[in-house]
Design a protein. Structure first.
Length: 54
């Protein structure tokens, strides 16, 4: 998360690992990824970004 939260652009693959992965599920800024509903990376990233603001 440390690298993702400070990145200029993120490409997230998923929606899960293994056979259930490999599809581009998101491409954009970390802030926009954190707003994505149902995206595991986005959920954790939202928590990280909120902690940075505190």
């Amino acid at each position: 998360m440390d690298v993702i939260k400070v990145a200029d652009w993120v490409v997230d693959l998923g929606p899960d690992g293994g056979r259930a992965g490999g599809q581009v599920t998101f491409a954009g800024t970390p802030e926009d990824l954190a707003k994505q509903k149902g995206n595991f990376t986005g959920q954790y990233l939202a928590e990280e970004l909120a902690a940075m603001r505190r």
